[in-house]
Design a binder for this molecule. Structure first.
Ligand code: CS2
Length: 502
């Protein structure tokens, strides 16, 4: 977070005690927070969770008889310490700024997060919470990379040193899987009923993936526990959506001008969507009363969202970084970028989609473009490009592989991957400015990309990101041409994008 604190003496420090004095134009929780129980434990309380699931829960808590569906957040990492301090000091309250394209801003204080545990230093407390009888749902936003999947074969990556640590020291976990295993073991040992593990990450079949990865891990640890989990725990798939940029110093100042001192407000777009498979072990909140959708099969919704919205973000982000654009709205304001994006969505992404019940894909794509264009969201290209090594395989490559198998067009995806290779190799945009992209795999990506001169396929041979796509001739042919074009154009990708449109 880019924090630029501006002390405003008269602003109210947000807490339970000051809630009643918050100006009336700010929507506040109208329910008794002291009566709310945390039936949901959520791992990974990033901005997205606070703009999405916590908001659905807040709306539901406003309706009668839903007190059991508050949230206890768990932060797994030391990096969550600041968040923990802020939330604890503000009694879990924070301000949501919903920014509309026309400049209108809705302000809302969200009260559904009633507890927060910083796991490092409080491991037992975190495990106790996962194992508490009151906990009916454990939800996750642990990021695409957090599922620890080997891209080459979809198996659990046991080589991860943190996983090895957790297998050797199951009572002292550091990974999400280690914590889940410890919490589930205690539930089983205490003869408690099972629980629902609800993945809210941008991963196709996120519930199935969570189940497969967790069971692989637990099987190694304790085969009987794995059997218990299979019988007692459910893993609904879900599709989640709301664009949530990183909080900035201006957001904090904006809230202060409203008269509220909130150290970590959240900004988001008006659009929100949540489609969930109705498969809960111990009941569930009626999120459908506040806009979520329960369905039997989430797959078409997930695929649509990942391949249109998330892929669209990566297409713009990767190409936009080379062009020197700072935000996604800057990218789509450029005609070549918006036309290229539409061409990618129409020619390469839509070709891989099945019909989605109740959704007109042409309309959906128009909405995606309009959402990206919202000038008040200012979603940074840096956020979109961060952790591309975990995102691009799921957002773009899976579709490219399907298109290759069907001998469909893959040249637009190939251009994006070639541009990503160039970025990892040279790390400067077309104006010569340094491109800084946060990625856990930066070292491997850079090394692989730097081999391109000697071996044009060097980048694609990074199997931990690309699986075995290098064996796919249809994609490889398009990629070789794209690498040649991008390296000749030296970061000036716009003309190459234009060529693809002619
Ligand atoms: C983005 C997502 O991380 C990304 O690259 O595409 O965070 C996106 O903004 C959300 O999935 C929107 O629901």
């Amino acid at each position: 977070m880019n924090v630029n604190k501006l002390p405003n003496e008269s602003a109210l420090t947000l807490s339970n005690q000051t809630l009643a004095q918050v100006p009336s134009f700010v929507d506040t929780p109208n329910y008794d927070r002291s009566a709310v129980e945390a039936g949901i434990v959520h791992i990974g309380v990033g901005g997205f969770h606070r703009a999405h699931q916590a908001v659905y829960c807040n709306e539901l808590l406003k309706l009668a008889n839903n007190n059991q569906w508050g949230i206890c957040g768990i932060g797994l990492f030391e990096a969550n310490r600041h968040l923990s301090q802020v939330l604890n000091q503000q009694d879990g309250l924070y301000t949501l700024l919903v920014r509309h394209p026309d400049g209108k801003v809705e302000h809302q204080i969200i009260g559904s997060l009633v507890e927060f545990i910083l796991a490092p230093g409080n491991k037992q407390q975190a495990i106790d919470k996962l194992a508490a009888a009151q906990t009916k749902i454990i939800s996750l936003t642990i990021t695409e990379g957090g599922y620890n999947v080997n891209p080459a074969d979809g198996t659990f990556n046991f080589e991860n040193p943190d996983v090895q640590h957790d297998l050797a020291h199951p009572a002292d976990p550091v990974t999400a899987f280690g914590y889940l295993a410890a919490g589930l073991k205690r539930r089983r040992d205490n003869n408690l009923p099972g629980v629902t593990i609800l993945s809210c990450d941008n991963v196709q079949h996120n519930g199935d993936v969570a189940k497969k990865m967790l069971l692989s891990f637990i099987q190694k640890l304790d085969a009987e526990l794995a059997q218990w989990v299979t019988e007692h725990v459910t893993f609904p798939n879900s599709m989640v959506d709301r664009i949530t940029p990183q909080t900035t110093g201006e957001d904090i100042q904006y809230v202060e001008q409203l008269g509220v001192a909130d150290e970590w407000p959240i900004t988001c777009e008006p659009f929100m969507q949540w489609v969930i498979e109705d498969k809960f072990a111990q009941g569930r909140p009626n999120w459908d009363l506040v806009g979520a959708q329960f369905v039997d099969n989430v797959s078409p919704y997930e695929k649509m969202k990942l391949r249109l919205l998330n892929a669209g973000h990566s297409v713009l982000g990767i190409l936009g970084a080379l062009e020197g654009f700072a935000t996604i709205n800057d990218c789509v304001a450029d005609a070549t970028f918006s036309q290229f994006l539409l061409a990618y969505l129409d020619k390469e992404a839509t070709a891989t989609l099945e019909p989605v019940p109740g959704i007109d894909l042409t309309e959906y794509k128009k909405t995606v473009l309009a959402r990206f264009a919202n000038p008040n969201i200012q979603d940074s290209v840096g956020r979109i490009c961060s952790e591309s090594s975990a995102k691009i395989p799921k957002f773009i490559l899976e579709a490219a592989v399907e298109n290759s198998q069907n001998k469909q067009n893959v040249t637009l995806a190939a251009l994006v991957i070639a541009a990503w290779c160039y970025t990892c190799d040279k790390q400067v945009d077309k104006l010569g400015n340094k491109i800084n992209i946060q990625d856990e795999m930066t070292a491997q990506l850079t090394l692989a990309a730097r081999g391109t001169n000697a071996d044009v396929l060097s980048f694609l041979k990074l199997t931990s990101v690309f699986g075995d796509i290098v064996k796919n001739d249809h994609f490889v042919n398009a990629y070789i041409q794209a690498v040649h074009d991008v390296y000749t154009a030296k970061a000036s990708v716009k003309a190459l994008m234009q060529n693809q449109l002619n």
